[in-house]
Design a protein around this ligand. Structure first.
Ligand SMILES: *Cc1c(COP(=O)(O)O)cnc(C)c1O
Length: 383
């Protein structure tokens, strides 16, 4: 019985091991929570050899000679030691790169996904609710479920703006401990009306987390300046979309009274030595990353205009590094693009408001051209 650690008494006897004591047969059905067994694992599409425009990655590496300098720093990093759990240099670099006021605290996560998990665990009392809007970032729902929390997803309007009355009614009814709002929103790409978001912050009885994963592409729009004004507001960001997705680093900014509680749940060595060194180095050169982001924003405009010219394509406005668009038969167009070597994200079936919607990440000019050519050819072939 190779690879099986826990086996039944019958099996032990069959393979010649006598066992006289009581021995129960243990199955996942008996031990693993039913709601976890009912889940399917987060699906990451195989992308080898494809033009990869499915995951909001920055298409650019750091340029030489920065890559060489980084290599040298990594070679000298003390990988024999545990990382400094307080990550002081990295935090200082983050504060400087993103102008985080000294009076606010910073908490680091192994990706901002881990911060979501910390937040959910911290509030996870029986009957507690997490609220967000939909279509939105799927991890809000997933992590709420992992932590055993109720999840309420309030639908956006058909144009993906906030349905303020519906959000306010849901807040009044469910009294959420945590409300997540992505700004700009994923997968729709738009930013919500700031005044509406502020009224939601004012009405919420619990914490409101503004998730600014796409801050680098949003033309400076941010709630960073609002943190001082609202006691229940937290701001979450990630360096993933900015060009450092492989490092896994997210951060939460807010008042110390909140962050010192969350810090108790953070595993002490959650940000590893190599990430600390590499992220600090990259952030000391944040202007390079910001130039890449500006290139992506320029490409977003070009790509959007070109897509709008294609018959049968409705493309939505975006303040992020991706574009959401609608076609006549998204499943087929998605499969056709894949067959032509271009991987994007199919959102058809993810939410009623996303019927026949696809999402393409803005890549390097050549990748965007390859996508445009494949999309034009696919639509032509389907006519
Ligand atoms: C990509 C994304 C994240 C996750 O970022 P990581 O730091 O890579 O875990 C969080 N929120 C939103 C809205 C995202 O799109």
């Amino acid at each position: 019985m190779p690879g099986i650690l826990i086996t039944s008494k019958q099996n032990l006897i069959r393979i010649g091991i006598e066992h006289t004591g009581d021995m129960a047969s243990v199955t996942p059905e008996q031990i693993i929570r039913a709601d976890i067994r009912a889940l399917s694992a987060y699906h990451v599409a195989e992308a080898t050899g494809m033009v990869k425009l499915d995951a909001m990655e920055n298409p650019y590496l750091l340029p030489e000679p920065l890559r060489g300098e980084l290599g040298k720093l990594l070679a000298e990093a003390a990988i024999n030691r545990y990382p400094d759990p307080r990550s002081p240099q990295l935090k200082a670099a983050l504060r400087e790169a993103f102008a985080i006021p000294a009076e606010l605290d910073v908490l680091l996560g192994n990706g901002s996904d881990e911060i979501l998990q910390i937040l959910a665990l911290a509030v996870a009392k029986p009957g507690t609710t997490v609220l967000s809007v939909e279509p939105g970032f799927v991890m809000y729902r997933m992590i709420a479920q992992f932590a055993g929390l109720n999840y309420v997803g309030v639908p956006l309007k058909a144009d993906f703006t906030l349905d303020e009355a519906a959000v306010q009614a849901a807040i009044a009814k469910h009294q959420p401990a945590l409300t997540f709002i992505a700004y700009p929103n994923n997968p729709t790409g738009n930013v919500f009306d700031r005044a509406v978001v502020e009224r939601i912050i004012q009405a919420a009885p619990g914490l409101v987390v503004l998730d600014e994963a796409y801050h680098a592409f949003a033309g400076g729009l941010s709630f960073l300046d609002a943190l001082a004004r609202y006691d229940n507001l937290l701001l979450m960001r990630t360096v993933s979309k900015l060009g450092l997705a492989g490092l896994r680093l997210g951060y939460l900014v807010g008042k110390a009274a909140w962050l010192k509680e969350f810090d108790k749940l953070r595993l002490p060595y959650n940000v590893n030595v190599l990430t600390q060194v590499a992220a600090e180095f990259a952030l000391r050169h944040v202007a390079v990353l910001e130039r890449q982001a500006a290139q992506i924003v320029a490409e977003r405009g070009r790509l959007r205009a070109a897509m709008a010219q294609l018959p049968g394509v409705a493309v939505f406005d975006s303040q992020a590094n991706f574009l959401l668009f609608r076609v006549a038969s998204a499943d087929n167009v998605f499969a056709g693009l894949k067959a032509r070597g271009v991987l994007i994200k199919n959102l058809h079936g993810a939410h009623p408001l996303l019927n026949d919607c696809l999402r393409v990440t803005v890549g390097a000019p050549g990748e965007n051209d390859a996508f445009l050519a494949a999309l034009a050819a696919e639509l032509e072939a389907r006519r």
